[in-house]
Design a protein around this ligand. Sequence first.
Ligand SMILES: Nc1ncnc2c1ncn2[C@@H]1O[C@H](COP(=O)(O)OP(=O)(O)O)[C@@H](O)[C@H]1O
Ligand SMILES: N[C@@H](CCC(=O)OP(=O)(O)O)C(=O)O
Length: 378
Amino acid sequence: MILSESRRRLTACKRVVVKIGSALLTNDGRGLNAEGLDAWVAQLAALRAAGREVVLVSSGAVAEGMTRLGWRERPDDLHKLQAAAAVGQMGLVQAYEARFRLHGLQTAQILLGHDDISARDRYLNARSTLLTLLDLGVVPIVNENDTVVTDEIRFGDNDTLAALVANLIDADALVILTDQRGLFEEDPRANPAAKLISEASVEDRALDVMVGGAAGSLGRGGMLTKLRAARLASRSGANTVIVGGREDRVLDRVFAAEDVGTLLLSKEPPITARKKWLAGQLRLRGSVVIDEGAVRVLTQQGRSLLPVGVVAVEGQFSRGDLVRCVDAHGCEVARGLINYCADDARRLQGVPSHKITELLGFAGEHELIHRDNLVVVA
Ligand SMILES: Nc1ncnc2c1ncn2[C@@H]1O[C@H](COP(=O)(O)OP(=O)(O)O)[C@@H](O)[C@H]1O
Ligand SMILES: N[C@@H](CCC(=O)OP(=O)(O)O)C(=O)O
């Protein structure tokens, strides 16, 4: 079999986000799709066993809640939807936990809202927790925190949430499992003869006219939000595959670079995209002046910045803000998201990490800027 060059990139993906939509998960509204869940969990476990880190973004709470409550029609009332989500989320996590356990894997529930991703300090916490879970070999299962979000700030569809999670953890790929085989030139519900698109650049404006069709009765977004999600994911360099979740061994085939679903390619390689994203995402709030040793470990060994390597702190900033790391001559060496506010950073400068708790009176991170949140300036 001849693999396309761009598909081949998928075989090398180390960290992936997989999103399963409501339409698929709930068997078109008839309760959770138990057979589907068996198959997806087995495939997700196989991805982990093959050394890939996996975060699952799963919809289905509202739909499962409606089934449990015996409701046939999706209510319009926000509080009823939130109540259904609260009931259904229980079923969802139970269903996943039981299945992952059969494969010897632990799961964790992560419910996120808009603020958790847009507020800098929460962003860092969400990121650190997700990365820690991945390090521990746990499979995080993410959904929107439906019970507390209000209409104005909700993501609404999990495509957007999955893309933001891909940005958050620097995923290499986002796989969106849905009820169609991928992105078609027209909505296949309206035109069953429509052609499946195998591969396109996320930037391709011709795609915009193809995604006009509405979502199914259970899903929220349709293809429009999936295309937008692919564009969001590409900001940090992730490629997106939109593919039919009912296809046989679909995840195995995606990562074996088989021609399944639609591959939407990020314009730039991950490193360049991530640098631009970090640089463009936020305003610089201050600087830390670092000594020669710190310059060396940051630039040559890809290590984190520890307080001991800092000789001065400039500006006023909060935890999670973007700051510049400069050498003794004022030349920028790196920039990154700092774990301490400016006052605390000043107190910590030159101090070995084991003294942090004693000095600040609380147990904070060992690093001033963790290497995962640091971009070395070439
Ligand atoms: N160009 C297109 N190609 C494929 N599906 C499309 C297209 N335009 C609209 N759709 C619709 O999008 C639906 C999938 O979106 P949605 O119902 O939100 O699913 P999910 O719950 O998986 O997010 C499909 O069932 C399909 O009818
Ligand atoms: N958070 C919601 C998901 C919203 C939704 O339906 O999303 P999607 O299936 O991606 O269109 C739930 O769990 O019901």
